[in-house]
Design a protein around this ligand. Structure first.
Ligand code: S3P
Length: 441
């Protein structure tokens, strides 16, 4: 369990390319593994979570290989062609792999047993088990809803008309992916719009999918059993990983950083708007399209941030970025208050509890609520000096690595290994920009 010590007051300078988007990388592997023909993917995130997806799709019959120059080639089995794996599949830390794959498996006549690490085995799966049971799949899960679990898919899947009870792109995608091998039309009605990478990629691969707004409800309809065309895709940089650099460059005096080719899907860009609302100096330049997704370069200069109590951003557009936003708030002038965030308690860790504990351990005053947090900004003078427990949560680890860059004393992160799940090049990339990060044994 190597620790990571973060301390510096050195400005971050230069430009960097952030690794590929995790959500898009998962979907690119899953959907190209169901296409007929060869797909070619570049810029795929080569983090542990995405590798878990690749291994699972291989175990169910797809051919996935990395060729020279970082290109990935996938030979699909066709919709309906998944096979029962020869062994249990281990999803590691990845909730996205687990939930989306459960959707795919549910409408195939296969049986799969899945497990994962301590964090993943503690995450609720009822949110996908419930709708997928209506599709016709059956489940044997520990305590009804936790991994390890065995899923038996059905030969006669039922097309759902489903309204997820929580804002969740994973639940939406699981239902849509089950709809792929289901005759008839599968409908998902979202009360809150969530990231739409599944919809965009299915449309790009020739599926008959429509998205319409009915009042406040976003209605997605997918006609089942399409023949998916293979794709040639360049995965944009991950805005969720970029968020760590956006905050670091905003809070360390004198910083000036450019990030190239960051994915700016409008259902993912809440972190940019939130930081701008707090006074950050971020400009969006060179806007373009890459693989059906909007992309741009981001230019960030350090700025004096102020607290925010009326965040004008929909939490679903930045659900993974709250931990690092809390760190930005800890450095700001004035108090910040964030609510409506109960979903943060069921991420890779209970992110409200862990962020509150980590901030307190580093001298920041916080009040934790059931669904949020209040943070008293230290006006540029975070004491630091504490050790943070990361509980297998990559984003907690990286958030405090960022905060340590401006704290008065170093911040120690107890375990740096989870960073490899989503941003394996984080430490080196940050060091290249000038960050002070020391990996322990
Ligand atoms: C993801 C959806 C989000 C997010 C996760 C990735 C996806 O989860 O937190 O990191 O790729 O669909 P929820 O759907 O649980 O909000």
């Amino acid at each position: 369990m190597p620790s990571l010590v973060s301390q510096s007051h050195k400005a971050l300078k230069g430009s960097a390319t952030i690794p590929g988007d995790k959500s898009i990388s998962h979907r690119a592997l899953m959907l190209s593994a169901l296409a007929v023909g060869e797909s070619r993917i570049t810029g795929l995130l080569e983090g542990e979570d995405v590798i878990a997806t690749a291994n699972a799709m291989r175990a169910m019959g797809a051919t996935i290989e990395r060729v020279g120059d970082g290109e990935w080639r996938v030979h699909g089995v066709g919709v309906g062609g998944l096979m029962t794996p020869a062994d249990i599949i281990d999803m590691g830390n990845s909730g996205t792999s687990t939930r989306l794959l459960m959707g795919l498996m549910a409408s195939h006549d296969i049986t799969v047993t899945m497990t994962g690490d301590d964090s993943l085995r503690g995450r609720p799966m009822a949110r996908v088990i419930d709708p997928l049971t209506e599709v016709g799949a059956t489940f044997a899960a520990r305590d009804e809803q936790y991994l390890p679990l065995t899923l038996t898919g059905t030969d006669f899947p039922v097309p759902l008309d489903y309204t997820p009870p929580m804002a969740s792109a994973q639940v939406k995608s699981a239902v849509l992916l089950a709809g792929l091998n289901t005759p008839g039309v599968t409908t998902v009605r979202e009360k809150v719009a969530t990231r739409d990478h599944t919809e965009r990629m299915l449309a790009a691969m020739g599926a008959d999918i429509s998205v319409e707004q009915e009042g406040d409800i976003r209605v997605v309809k997918l006609v089942g059993q399409p023949e998916l065309k293979p794709i040639t895709l360049e995965v944009p940089g991950d805005i969720s990983s970029s968020a760590f650099v956006l905050v670091a460059a905003s809070i360390v005096e004198g910083s000036d950083v450019t990030l190239e080719g960051v994915g700016l899907n409008p259902l993912r860009t809440g972190i940019v708007a939130a930081l701008q609302q707090m006074g950050a100096d971020i400009s969006v330049i060179n806007e373009r399209f890459l693989g059906g997704e909007p992309v741009a370069d981001l230019h960030i200069k350090a700025a004096k941030l102020h607290g925010v109590t009326d965040l004008k951003v929909d939490p679903s557009t930045m659900i993974d970025e709250f931990p690092v936003l809390f760190c930005a708030a800890a450095t700001a002038n004035g108090t910040s208050r964030f609510t409506g965030l109960e979903e943060l308690r069921v991420k890779e860790s209970d992110r409200l509890a862990l962020m509150a504990a980590g901030l307190k351990a580093n001298g920041v005053e916080v009040i934790e609520f059931k669904d949020g947090i209040e943070i008293k900004g230290a006006a540029g003078k975070v004491p630091g000096g504490g050790t943070v427990a990361t509980a297998l949560d990559h984003r907690i680890a990286m958030s405090f690595a960022v905060l340590g860059q401006m704290a008065e004393n170093s911040i120690t992160i107890d375990d740096a290994t989870p960073i490899a799940t989503s941003f394996p090049t984080f430490t080196g990339l940050m060091q290249k920009l000038g960050a002070g990060l020391i990996l322990g044994d």
